[in-house]
Design a protein around this ligand. Structure first.
Ligand SMILES: [Ca+2]
Ligand SMILES: [Ca+2]
Ligand SMILES: [Ca+2]
Length: 311
């Protein structure tokens, strides 16, 4: 199948290179099509409408980031327990989630085939990417839900491609990576997004632009074996990690396992699963409470860590 470009109002011809099958008019932006054959086998492809004259006019980001929860410092990779346990949803989890508001993106879907990939490119979880105004870093201009691989590559729903946004290339943007139970991170300044180019931002190392400081009261990311990772432990989904006090993230674990049954183990794709191993645990080995406690500090359990994304 082939998408041939046209001029505004973006009439696109879907064809097999020989015969036009259908002509449709679409607003500019990323699209996904699922094709099912007579045997019921289906395949999903992605295309972006608005590629006039063969040039991609949309901003594309090639981002790398590590999530602290599943990060294994000894091998500098994340584990993929959620994928192995078949817990990662085919549809992105951010639509409707507290403090996540899609702009342009939302409803992204991946496939069983993408989630079947093993090795260093295996999928760890869904993440939430934003491009923000370079002059007003609180202003989100475009979002996409995307997938992060074990080695930190953030890829589109096909499991391979850079992430394309429904806003034009050309201007400078701030890029952020956020996650449903980790604190987000934002690049320290806007950078240009030229046409026909996937703009690289590697949050695993300190980029030349640094990381954005919302209030600078704590580092924007946690360093483990020389690599930067997004802080884990935000099960009460807001902009802070708290072990004690009101709206804390420790109680978010207890609420899942049960206040009177703190040794219970609850499987699932759950916000209180801070190490992303597919189970929520308050006590015992590899529990989620210690991830949070280690971040605020064992001797300073009332300390608070702030998400350093602009707001
Ligand atoms: Ca990779
Ligand atoms: Ca929180
Ligand atoms: Ca867990």
């Amino acid at each position: 199948m082939h998408v041939t470009s046209g001029l505004a109002p973006y009439q696109y011809l879907w064809s097999d290179d020989q015969t036009t099958i259908a002509a449709i008019e679409l607003a500019a932006g990323p699209y996904t099509a699922t094709v099912t054959d007579a045997n019921g086998c289906s395949n999903t492809i992605s295309a972006t409408v608005g590629v006039g004259n063969g040039n991609n006019v949309f901003a594309q980001a090639q981002v790398q980031a590590f999530l602290q929860g599943p990060y294994v410092g000894a091998v500098q990779l994340m584990h993929d327990s959620l994928r192995i346990k078949n817990l990662i949803p085919l549809t992105e989890p951010y639509t409707g989630l507290m403090n996540f508001t899609h702009v342009g993106g939302g409803g992204e879907q991946t496939t069983v085939g993408v989630l079947a990939v093993t090795g260093t490119d295996a999928i760890v979880d869904w993440v939430f990417l934003e491009l923000r105004s370079s002059t007003t870093p609180t202003q989100v201009l475009a979002t996409r839900s995307a997938l992060v691989q074990r080695d930190g590559d953030v890829v589109d729903v096909d499991g391979i491609s850079p992430v394309m946004f429904g806003i034009p290339s050309g201007p400078s943007y701030y890029v952020t990576v956020r996650h449903r139970n980790h604190l987000g991170v934002q690049l320290g300044s806007g950078i240009p997004y030229p046409a026909c180019e996937a703009v690289q931002t590697d949050f695993r190392d300190l980029p030349p632009e640094g990381f954005y400081a919302y209030n600078g009261l704590n580092p924007a990311q946690k360093i483990i074996t020389g690599k930067y990772t997004l802080w884990a432990g935000n099960g009460r989904i807001d902009y802070q990690l708290k072990y004690n006090g009101s709206n804390n993230d420790r109680t978010a674990i207890l609420a899942v396992v049960g206040l009177s049954t703190p040794n219970a183990v609850v499987p699932g794709y759950l916000p209180a699963d801070y190490n992303l191993d597919g189970v929520v645990k308050y006590n015992g080995s590899a529990n989620d409470r210690n991830v949070l406690l280690g971040n605020v500090g064992i001797t300073t359990p009332s300390a608070i860590l702030d998400d350093q994304v602009a707001r």
